[in-house]
Design a protein around this ligand. Structure first.
Ligand SMILES: C[S@@+](CC[C@H](N)C(=O)[O-])C[C@H]1O[C@@H](n2cnc3c(N)ncnc32)[C@H](O)[C@@H]1O
Length: 212
C-alpha cells in the first residue's frame, strides 16, 4: 500500500481548487441518505443527553454537516485546513462559526468539547498518522465526550488506498478503524454499515465512540 506522502499540504490544495464544485456536489446530499441522518441524529441525542459542551465538525468542508448538527440542537462549529472551504462555509452559514485549522492540532483547550464529528475527513490521513489524530480528539474532548466517524469501508478487503476524486484516500475495514480508536482510549458504542448508493463506489462505515 503506497502512502499519501503529500498529506496534508497537497490534499488541502486539492480541496481549495475544487471547493466550489465540491460545495455544489454535496448540497442537499444528506436529504438522500436516511441511514446517515439517523446516525447523526443518534450522535446528537447522546451528546445532548450527556449535557456536555460544544461539538466540532473537523474537516468540515463547505459546512453542510455542521449546519445539520446545529439543526439537531448542538452547539456546532466547523474546522478545516482549506481556507477556500472555510470561506464557502462562512458565506453559506453566516450564523455559524468556522475556523481554519488542522485536525492534528486543534486550537482548543483540553476537554473543551462535548463531541467531535469527522465526516469523511480522516479518510486522507495516512494510517500511521491516524493514532495521533485520535489522541488529539481525545485531548480536546471532555471525559464522557463522543466521537462520530464516517468513512469509506473496505467491505471485506484490507486497508487500501484508492483514487478518490480529490486526493488519495483510504478504505478502512471497520474493525481495524475501531481498533485504532480503541487504542487511543475510545469505547465503541455503535456502528452502522450501509451499501453504496447509485452514485457511490464503496460501502460506507460509521463508528460511534465515546470516552470513559
Ligand atoms: C471529503 S471532505 C469532507 C467535508 C465535509 N465533512 C463533508 O462531509 O462534506 C474532507 C475535508 O477534510 C479537510 N481536511 C483534510 N485533512 C485535514 C486536516 N488535517 N485538518 C483539517 N481539515 C482537513 C479537507 O480540506 C476537506 O475539506
Amino acid at each position: 500500500m503506497s502512502e499519501t506522502a503529500s498529506y496534508p499540504d497537497a490534499t488541502v490544495k486539492a480541496y481549495d481548487a475544487i471547493a466550489f464544485r465540491y460545495a455544489e456536489m454535496v448540497r442537499g446530499w444528506l436529504d438522500g441518505v436516511p441511514l446517515d441522518r439517523a446516525v447523526l441524529s443518534a450522535f446528537a441525542e447522546v451528546v445532548r443527553a450527556a449535557g456536555a459542551g460544544p461539538v466540532a465538525e473537523v474537516g468540515c468542508g463547505p459546512g453542510h454537516v455542521t449546519a445539520h448538527l446545529r439543526d439537531l440542537g448542538l452547539a456546532a462549529f466547523g474546522v478545516d485546513l482549506s481556507p477556500v472551504m472555510i470561506g464557502i462555509a462562512r458565506d453559506a452559514y453566516p450564523d455559524l462559526r468556522f475556523e481554519i485549522g488542522s485536525m492534528a492540532a486543534l486550537d482548543l483547550a483540553d476537554g473543551e468539547l462535548g463531541g467531535i464529528v469527522s465526516w469523511y475527513s480522516v479518510i486522507h490521513t495516512p494510517p500511521r498518522e491516524l493514532p495521533a489524530y485520535f489522541r488529539e480528539f481525545r485531548r480536546a474532548l471532555t471525559p464522557g465526550g463522543h466521537l462520530l466517524l464516517a468513512f469509506f469501508e473496505a467491505d471485506g478487503g484490507p486497508l487500501a488506498v484508492f483514487d478518490h476524486k480529490v486526493a488519495p484516500a483510504y478504505r478502512w475495514p471497520i474493525d481495524d478503524l475501531a481498533e485504532v480508536a480503541r487504542d487511543a482510549g475510545f469505547t465503541e458504542f455503535g456502528r452502522m454499515l450501509r451499501a453504496p448508493g447509485a452514485d457511490e463506489r464503496f460501502r460506507r462505515g460509521h463508528l460511534l465512540l465515546r470516552l470513559p
